[in-house]
Design a protein around this ligand. Sequence first.
Ligand code: CU
Length: 742
Amino acid sequence: MKSRLGNFTFDALVGVYISAASEIYKLAISLVYSACEESPVKHFILGLADISLRLILSSCLRESAIGVYFVSIPCGTSPTEASPPHWSLLLISFSIRITPNSLPIFESISTRIMKWLLLILALPWVTALTATADSYEVGNEPAKAVDGNTSTFWHSEYSPTLVPLPHWAIIDIGASTLINGFTYLPRQDGNSNGNIGQHTIEVSLDKVTWTLVANATYDDDDSLKETGFPSVQTRYIRITGITEAGNRGPWSSAAEFNINLAPTSTTLGQWGPVIAFPLVPAGAFMLYGSGKILTFSSYKTDNYGGTGLTFTATYDPSTGIVSEKTVTNTQHDMFCPGMSLDANGRAVITGGDDADKTSIYDPSTNSWIAGPGMKIARGYQASATLSDGRIFTIGGSWSGGYGGKNGEIYDPTANTWSLLPGCPVAPMLTNDSAGIFRQDNHGWLFGWKNGYVFQAGPSKAMNWYGTSGNGSQTAAGNRASDTDSINGNAVMYDAVNGKIATFGGAPDYQEAYATNNVHLITIGTPGTTPTVSTLTSMSFARAFANAVVLPNGEIFVTGGQTYAVPFTDTNAILTPELWDPTTQTFTTLPPHTLPRNYHSVALLMTDGRVFTGGGGLCGTCGTNHEDGQIYSPAYLFNSSGALATRPVISSINSTSIAVGGTFTVTTNTAVTSFSIIRFGSATHTVDTDQRRIILTPTATSGTTYTFVLPSDAGVALPGYWMVFVLNAAGVPSLATTVKITI
Ligand SMILES: [Cu+2]
């Protein structure tokens, strides 16, 4: 990657930090070299001191001298955040004369800087980690776990004394540092003794008070183990090995421990570290009570096509803990299903590998129950919760036989499925070249007024489906000149005004070029033709992307590939983009670490961050992504790059509110905008649960705000919603959960 700053071009410029800490601007360029991965030299900052910003950015018209010096500061720390001791002067300043607007001179500066930097890299000057441990075998001291040499290792003492588990090692960074991850490389000598299994990871600034950031289990192999957690300022990290991964003996060992420094550029938001999961999270939904994310794969953690069971893994963002559960009691391989969160926050998951099954997860009891089988077996159908609390589903020839996948409806009260013969699937078929197997997949369904469903895609034809009696169908015109857009996205970001934005997709499910098309659909009375406008396109064409609405109405579009081929990572787009509902244009954002294509998910979290994960789930293929990653939007940071102070919802007068009902929210400080977003569920780019409602106070008294919910349950769908308040700077609160009832 070539990056530029003015006339400077670097192979690895990854961040630019500009501050006005004094009357003289300081500007520094951070460089990360490929050697960083192998070497303790992780991240160097090249400081160009005493250069006015004006000089650099506007090529001032006078000669000037600059002093150039090199500093090393802890990886990922911006110069303005580094405490003075880290500004170690490593080279004596030298002067360069700058000729105005002289590109060759700038290039020569660039070249000279690079030479000096290479010289610096050649110096054996590093910020080294140090380590201590509860015990060690002579010859395998704890320092060998932080020496950058993967052929040496720390080993707990076994002779003359066999020291029992648990074993701990403490890694000292040397100074308080912002980190967001920890890595463990087991010994690399072919012997597995001491591979750490169950473990905890804690952080501390003083080695007295420790904070748990991970509690998990490593597999018994010698691959690099990565543990991510929210950015935390720390000096010490303690890993405690509770078990030996193979239960061979009471040992712990490590070739290398290391830390991941948190990125510090926050202008466009920031990705956290990759979070290891024990499965490919191909499906995921939010648990309303805790903000946990329940993910699932199939009858295997990394492959599909079985029957009778499903592996699940629940991520708790507050602790970083991923807990596993294999669901067998519903006898349902839930791979490639339909999914909806019902009026009670239960996840109703239908079809897929076991094509007629229904499994229901109830967060209130943390239990799975078997629901009644669908009347029509399905896979890749979509489903949507309705204004009356029932769930509508249609399509799904990927599993359970081809064609005829007309509508049916689930009544949670009666716990029954019923066919809706008046809801034919034919009007919503795409023209996919693979035939009916693909043509009725992944409907973009939105529950709406009076029990109606609006089908916005992926076919270019749109439809209304009525669900009373035997059901009904009314054509709703085409999505302007859009193509069929399978594996694209549709997000209702302003439900009161019926606004749905659609993003990308491809004419065929696979072996097809994606589009970067964006359309705005405005729906009104059921049965009427919506208005559709064609908007500014995305920067990237995407199929298999995910789209998530944020509390401020922006839509985060992430992942996908420009040419759709399931189970591949070729042509993957790692750069997400953010759609602004006011300007209706996009801003490209910092890239995520791993591809997120077919079988990836994304969900809004209760803290306003976005969880993404998955991709793959194809056995021995090379594209299984058993991991997730969390994006923190720019609104979570202030201008200095530190976490912004959030407004706080101090109280809400009711957490169960009927449609049309009044409620009050009291905050700790004045806030200026308000929204509610329904908890989401995601699989195969479809999230029919998320939708956003903008709230406007009907009365304000101090910092107590009174709201009236929309009176139509088709707009404010029954179920659990996140309430966000945002301050004048756009910083969202943590969400408070409310249940909307009918
Ligand atoms: Cu699938």
